[in-house]
Design a protein around this ligand. Sequence first.
Ligand code: ADP
Length: 164
Amino acid sequence: MKRALYPGTFDPITNGHLDIIDRSARIFDEVIVTVAVNSSKQTLFTDEERVDLIEQSIREVLPDSSNIRVEKVEGLLVDFARKVGAVTVLRGLRTLGDFEYEMQMALMNRRLYGELSTFFVAADERYIHLNSSIVRELARYGATLPDLVPDCVARALREKMGRD
Ligand code: ADP
């Protein structure tokens, strides 16, 4: 079984992430979206909320994708990969700015677990400039977010910002 991991913080999930998930689920037998929990990063949404929003978004936007699951990962991704028998990590690449950090992570993961290969998926041009922090910033100022996040995420952001 070709199983791939798609790791991230997803604070919150955006249409850019969902595009990568959709493309990958057409190629791999199973895609596990792994949500980094209890990491040192301060997040707007709690671990549970981020997982819930990913699951809701997948139901909303990719209803036919029965080969996608969502898991929390605490600790190193390589340990999780070994545990579930995955040898592929997927990462989205937007701009050159992503490249250096992504390459560093990919090489470090491979050093820790030689079997593990990172595949880079080119972002859709509509989402090149989209990331979770821009989405949080827009929501903070009450901007509407059509085409950037699924409806369930837009709703959750409004609630979080006390605008509902
Ligand atoms: P991390 O904290 O691990 O970078 P993110 O949730 O920010 O977590 O991103 C997870 C993955 O999704 C990364 O590979 C990132 O490059 C990719 N990604 C983020 N935004 C987009 C986007 N708009 N289009 C494609 N890939 C994206």
